[in-house]
Structures are given as structure tokens and as C-alpha cells.
Ligand binder design. Sequence first.
Ligand code: ADP
Length: 495
Amino acid sequence: MTSTTLSTPSTGKYEQPTGLFINNEFVKGVDGKTIEVINPSTEELICSVHEATEKDVDIAVSAARKAFEGEWRHVTPENRGRLLVKLGELFEKNADKLAAVESLDNGKALSMAKVDVNMAASTLRYYGGWADKVEGKVVHTNNDVFAYVKKEPIGVCGQIIPWNFPLLMWAWKIGPAVATGNTIVMKTAEQTPLSALVASTLIKEAGFPPGVINNITGLGRIAGAAIASHMDIDKVAFTGSTLIGRQILKAAAGSNLKKVTLELGGKSPNIIFADADIDDAISWANFGIFFNHGQCCCAGSRIYVQESIYDKFLARFKERATQNVVGNPFDANTFQGPQVSQLQFDRIMEYIEHGKQSGATLETGGKRKGDKGYFIEPTIFSNVPDDARIGNEEIFGPVVTISKFKDADEAVRIGNDSNYGLAAAVHTKDLNTAIRVSNDLRAGTVWVNNYNQLHHALPFGGYKESGIGRELGEEALANYTQTKTVNIRLAGSIF
Ligand code: ADP
């Protein structure tokens, strides 16, 4: 069996594929292993899906290689674009189902899952538009030579994605890779395989040739590691923890020197100046950290407030955080659902315990919510000692630290005091402060008077240990192309 009948509270019964999607077909894993998929809201089993091991990675890579060297080469850029646009349209047509499956599996609020699906559709359409606009150039070196530089696909791309935005990460990776003519072996996260399996049915429906996009579910240390060290994968794109990102880079270096792009962790500063609109700043600070249950690599997990408004801000921010509705993702009012897994829940609770023991002040939250499901109260710590783990390490949960600063210089210094550099934000009404501080912050994205606002046309990625390369926008195309120089000596030349 490579599918099972499931039901979501919002869309009712549906057929859930559970196989590995290789060559446009759902198949069982060679070793017959399966992975249990748990509902994070109830801690109950949703279903089991087939697990890919090294042998299945080999099969998927062969399929992708065959497609790359065969039928896919003859699909024109224009038609690659059409296929991506069609896939985006199918996402929109199936939006309710995709969003419901995402909420069921990941635990995110249905309203937020719907936004993810729309953004995924937009990303696919956007890269569909790019497919026939990847251009090279002619370079004049001397009159006896005709030389041109062209962009070519890299080949078979391994793509390893996390569980926090399963469908969105899928689209961010597939869009630029397909637009530029590569083929794909995608490995979804073992915690959240379901939505991408539903989306895989749309690949075939959109008309992609077999083997162009293969989608497998497997454990990171087995299937993920097999992708990273595979001798016939030309490029690996990874989104996940910095810890695993380092391993991927090492595996690439130790195998065939495949090209690597990494989108990793963060501990992003959210800086609020005294002249900011305080109501807006509180809303964005709240959204910055508690959106997606704090499970965002760019979460604003370090809040810095200028000292003259610190007490007022903290009192109102606490009040705001306690108003966030934490509960069933399918309830219309829910803002924050459960953490994705028992493991993540335990990690976060451990950080909260560390925070308490470090001498920091627990301003609000800090406890489990309810007795079933991985729900955690929005949690705020103040007076955090400089060396406390909660102030320096990525928690990936609804936990934030808040402290004060005197002036812009201090804000920049403490904002930059991190090994990470994924994102940052500045809240102020002063244009000079906004631009000067944005210029000085060492982060791949700086938001001014907002937070967590991503757009498919704007590059996203990290400074420092937050990554290598940029996703989204035109820049992402560079991750999936290589440059070829063709140097033609003309007949009759003197050399
Ligand atoms: P988290 O700790 O938040 O789950 P990870 O970085 O471990 O984040 O996981 C992100 C993705 O990386 C998942 O798809 C996971 O299966 C995969 N992964 C985990 N370990 C490895 C590994 N050793 N090699 C390759 N991929 C891995």
C-alpha cells in the first residue's frame, strides 16, 4: 500500500499518499521500513509512511540522472516555466486540502498554513516566470575570437528541508532548481512528510516528465546523509540547523565536492527605539517571536528596547503575549499551535529550565499548556545574564529574551553580538536611525517597522553562521546554475 485514507477537521476525508515519489510513481521503500507520523496536537499516530534508506536514495538519484540526461534536456525553458506555473495553479486549486494536511501534520494554525500555501504557489509561479529569462552574454576579447558565457543547470540536486514550513520550503527549493533545468531528489523532514506527498501528486498532474522531481521521506542521519555524500548528486541545498549544515558541508567536501547552499539557524535581534510607534512595535515583536510557535530560523528571539520606554514596553508586551490564543490549529482563533514533536518540546522546556536557573527573570509563560499535545505558553525572560544559554543559543520555540539599551551604538553592538546573522529588525520613526542601524547590522535581512515579512522576489539567507547562499529572488537562480565560457577562434585569425 502506498496510500491511506485520512481525514482533516476542515476538509474531511482524503487519500494520503505514503510512498516514496520516484519517477512520478509512489513506491515502497526497498527495505520495507516505515516512519510513524504523529499529530503534535494530540500525540496520536496519524499514519505511517515509507522510509527511504540509502538504496532508495540511489534509485531516486538514478531516476533524476536519467531525466536530466534524457527527456528533461529537451524541454524548452518556456515549457519549464509553464510546468512551474501549472504546479503553482494546482497548489491554489488544492489550497484548502494542502493547508489542512499541513496543520494536521505540523500543528500550525490553519489560517497560517493557508498563507504558507499561497506563498508556495506564488513562489512556484514566480520561478516559472524566470525560466526563460536566464541569460548569458557575449564578451568581446579580440576580433579573432567569438566568446560567450552561458548559464547551464548544475545537474541532479539533492534538497533537504525541515519541518517548520514543509510546503513553503519545498516550493522555495523546487522553484529555482526546476526553472534553471535541474532535476531533484527532495528529502522532506521525517516529522512532517504528509503535505509534500500530497503536493507530489500535483507534480504528475502538472505534466512534469518522470524523474524530474522525486520526493522521498527518510531519516536525516540515513537518507539525508546519503544525499549529502552521494557521488552522483551535483549539488545539495539544505535548510535546517547549523549543526547539521556543518555536517552537510563536510560530507560534500569528503565526497564529490558537490556545490552546497545552506540556510541555517539564527538568534535575531529585534531592536525597538524609544521613538517607535509602541503599539506597532509590540505587535511586531509578538509576531516576530511567537509566529509559527517560535519555530522560525529568523525568529526575533532577542528583543532590545531603548531604556526610556523599557518598563512600559515590557508591561504591555507581556500583556500582549498572554493574549495569544494557544490551542487547536483548526480553531479559527488559534494563533499558536503545538510544537512539532516531543523532541522539540523537550528541548524547549529544557531551555526554559536553564533560563530559570541562570538567574534570569521569567516574566510570563514557561509552562506546558494543557496535558495533551506539545503546547507551550508564550514565554518571556528579562534580566538575562550575558552568558546564559537562552540569550545566545537558538531555542526554536516560543521563548524570547528582552533587555534594554542606551543608544544606537549599543543597540548595534549587542545586536551583532552573535555567531548568527540571518535577520534583524529596527523599529523607529527616524529615517536616519532606520538606515544607519540597518546598514550596521550584520544580517541577511533587516526589517524596519515590521518582522517576518518574506516575499518570493526578495533574497533571503544568512551572514556568518546562518548560511551560505541566498534563496528567493533572482539570486536563487545562481544557486542552481553554473557558468560555461565558450571561446571560439575564428577562421583566418592570425594565431
Ligand atoms: P531539527 O534539529 O530542527 O530537526 P535538522 O537540521 O536536524 O533540524 O533537520 C533538518 C533536515 O535535515 C531534516 O530533513 C532532517 O531529516 C535532515 N537531517 C538531519 N540530520 C541529517 C544529516 N546528518 N545529514 C543530512 N540531513 C540531515
